[in-house]
Design a protein around this ligand. Structure first.
Ligand code: GLA
Ligand code: ZN
Length: 688
């Protein structure tokens, strides 16, 4: 919503610029802090995230502490007038701890306990690990509670993964007892354990999914993932307990991981639930810019979607980019450097969608181990005249000018639903096409028509309020949880527009198929009955024709549906669904509900959503005329609107500003009007 959000810490009323800083790796290099001080000033880096993996430097032996290096880093930051995001070090731990207390080591799904190594590999149930992290966190909070540089806690690092040790098995059983009211009958029913004679008659028989054990009881898989999320959040809550007690005024975050289809598998944690417990959302953004499978504009659209998701997690509150690379990473299949201008462009894109920071992994490149060639602001030669450093410094200067934008948010009338539990269930379902489910990609395909028209979108979960939106789109909502159908009915009855697609409302929250017709709870509001889903081979398409006779392609999925009150807007022209509706519309109360029965090409979405946009009078954030590949986004605090115009193409583009309108370039104070010339990857931040 267009309101000014109060900063979670009073000093977060500027754009944070800086990032992960590991002086703990450089303790034997005395000159390095002085050098960093100088370089930070040159790069206009005002914020450093420290101690993320600092445990073995803080506590080299059990009970032996070395806080002096951290004192110095914090004091130097204060002397520079800079900010510190202080991490709790639980993302990795010293070897002595794993040696002395093996229960802190994670156990894999194959029930083999890991050796000490890597990171993000602790048991989140282990009382010993909880006690150890609470102890070190308490010491950090006691020592730095009133340190002038401290603005934010960074809890652990990219929580993720699961542990299958005996402690976790016991915790899982207790979690299940709670969920099923101590009734094994209820659990047996929810998991449909009559299948392959899997009925349980004692809680002790229940084990987490395993490659050499159970993997085909989908209710179990789903509950395990829910448990893993809840248990990770529980671990996080135990981490922050001493911080809340000793530093109630210092906000808390933990860095979430982004998601782009084709890159990382989804992280496995339900961030919607996690976000309820952080003061500000932060995420780590590593899009594969300049890749060879999609255009820059297509990737930009995907990244825009992910930014909108993180902004929407806390009702529109601006978020932080906790990590991004100033140049390249070390873990993509091909680690390509950002081309000139791309760093500024991608930074402005995050800000345009609601970020109040650009923080890097990492400030200074380490000398050894696996990340020594990962991009950093400062390379091994410590020079401020590298291409990367200069582009970072340019972004630093720009961010200083963008301070007024902090706290401003995005006013969206359109919401796309994205649901973590649905993603888990859909990915686990046996059926459909193995490779063609692509839930995130599907959501992004529906997002496209709005992004291309510069119409702001929130990406929300089914648990968030719907009534503030004129249009709610729920692509592939395979799992519809109890109560959601009712909420959609209320929303549409009161005038909302709701769009659902094929493969919707197939199972309930236990992953049990709905009886009595699909799409289950949404059947009445949609006014249809879905009968069969057909899956196509990658090279196949089916023709879809709309009321005007225009022809489109469906691919991957075609569903055979019957009208039950709805009317058809388009029909299949071939195959077993010939003559059946391919898209339907149902007037319900004061609103309308739509069903898109197949995976239609984007040209169809463009026409379909184009019409809805017109009917609903949905407007772009700022009414300039821009060629394809240029994105215009706005942030507003209710009084002042900020416009971001971004050229995600490899050639010059011209944007036509509205007649008589003038913008003020925030970077240069220049007045912009008429036609605006954007070089390749050019981007402008302006005030209306
Ligand atoms: C993650 C981690 C960082 C670093 C980067 C590298 O996001 O949080 O510690 O490993 O990846 O891209
Ligand atoms: Zn465990």
């Amino acid at each position: 919503m267009s309101t000014r959000w109060t900063p979670v810490h009073p000093r977060m009323n500027v754009m944070l610029h800086g990032g992960d800083y590991n002086p703990d790796q450089w303790l034997d290099y005395p000159g390095i802090l002085d050098e960093d001080d100088k370089l930070m000033k040159l790069a206009r880096a005002n914020t450093m995230s420290v101690n993320i993996f600092g445990w073995s430097a803080l506590e080299p032996e059990e009970g032996v502490y070395r806080f002096e290096w951290l004192d110095e880093v914090m004091d130097r930051a204060a002397a520079r007038g800079g900010h510190i995001i202080l991490a709790t070090p639980s993302g990795a731990r010293p070897a002595w701890m794993s040696e002395r207390y093996p229960e802190v080591l994670r156990v894999g799904a194959n029930r083999v306990r890991n050796l000490h190594g890597l990171r993000h590999n602790h048991c989140y149930t282990s009382p010993v690990y909880r006690e150890q992290t609470q102890r070190i966190n308490r010491m950090l909070a006691e020592r730095y509670c009133s340190h002038p540089a401290l603005i934010l806690w960074h809890i652990s690092n990219e929580y993720g993964g699961d542990c299958h040790c005996e402690l976790c098995q016991e915790a899982f059983r207790n979690w299940l007892k709670e969920r099923y009211g101590h009734s094994l009958d209820k659990l047996n029913h929810a998991w449909w354990t009559g299948f392959w004679s899997h009925r349980f008659n004692s809680w002790s028989q229940i084990e987490s999914p395993a490659p050499h054990g159970e993997s085909q009881v989908h209710g179990l898989n789903l509950d395990w993932r829910r448990f893993v999320s809840d248990q990770t959040i529980d671990f996080y809550l135990s981490e922050i307990a001493p911080l809340r007690e000793l530093t109630p005024d210092i906000p808390v975050t933990t860095n979430f991981m982004g998601n782009y289809p084709d890159m990382r598998p989804f992280t496995g944690l339900n961030y919607e639930r996690f976000a309820r417990h952080v003061d500000i959302v932060s995420w780590d953004a590593y899009p594969p810019w300049h890749n060879n499978w999609q255009s820059t504009a297509e990737l930009a659209r995907d990244v825009a979607f992910v930014n909108d998701l993180y902004r929407s997690l806390k009702g529109g509150r601006p978020f932080l980019i906790m990590e991004c690379t100033p140049s390249l990473v070390n873990w993509h299949a091909v680690n390509k450097a950002k081309r000139p201008g791309m760093h500024k462009l991608s930074s402005l894109q995050s800000i345009a969608h609601g970020a109040d920071s650009i923080l890097y992994f990492q400030w200074r490149k380490g000398r050894g181990a696996s990340e020594k060639f990962h991009g950093a602001v400062v390379d091994h030669d410590s020079r401020p005249d590298t291409r990367v450093f200069r582009e970072v410094a340019e972004v630093g200067r720009l961010l200083e000018r963008l301070a007024p934008v902090t706290g401003a948010s995005v006013d969206a009338k359109v919401a796309i639903l994205y649901d973590w539990e649905n993603d888990w269930a859909l990915a686990d379902a046996q059926g459909f096409g193995q490779d063609s489910r692509r839930y995130v990609r599907t959501c992004q395909e529906h997002y496209r028509a709005f992004w291309e028209r510069h119409i702001p979108v929130d990406v929300i979960t089914p648990d968030q309020p719907l009534d503030r939106y004129a249009l709610v789109i729920a692509p592939m909502l395979y799992m519809v949880r109890e109560g959601f159908g009712q909420r959609v009915e209320d929303y549409v009855r009161q005038g909302g527009r709701f769009v659902a697609t094929y493969a919707t409302g197939m199972v309930d929250e236990s992953d049990l198929a709905y009886l009595g017709g699909r799409p289950g709870q949404l059947r009445e509001v949609l006014g249809i009955r879905a009968e069969e889903i057909d899956t196509l081979y990658p090279e196949e398409t089916r023709e879809v024709v709309d009321a005007d006779g225009a022809s489109y392609c469906a691919y991957d999925y075609c569903e055979l549906v019957h009208l039950e009150g709805a009317q058809a807007l388009a029909w299949y022209a071939a195959d077993l669904y010939q003559g059946h509706p391919a898209v339907t519309e149902h007037g319900y109360g004061k609103g309308r509900a739509y069903y898109v029965a197949g995976r239609h090409e984007s040209r169809y979405h463009d026409a379909f959503y184009g019409k809805l946009i017109e009917e609903l009078g949905l407007q772009p954030g700022y009414p300039a005329e821009a060629p394809a590949g240029v994105s215009i986004q706005t942030r507003s605090d209710g009084e002042q609107t900020y416009v971001f115009i971004m050229n995600f193409t490899e050639s010059e583009q011209i944007v036509q500003l509205p007649e008589g309108a003038a913008l003020t370039d925030l970077e240069t104070d220049a007045t912009l009007s008429g036609s605006l010339r954007l070089p390749p990857y050019g981007a402008v931040a302006a005030r209306v």
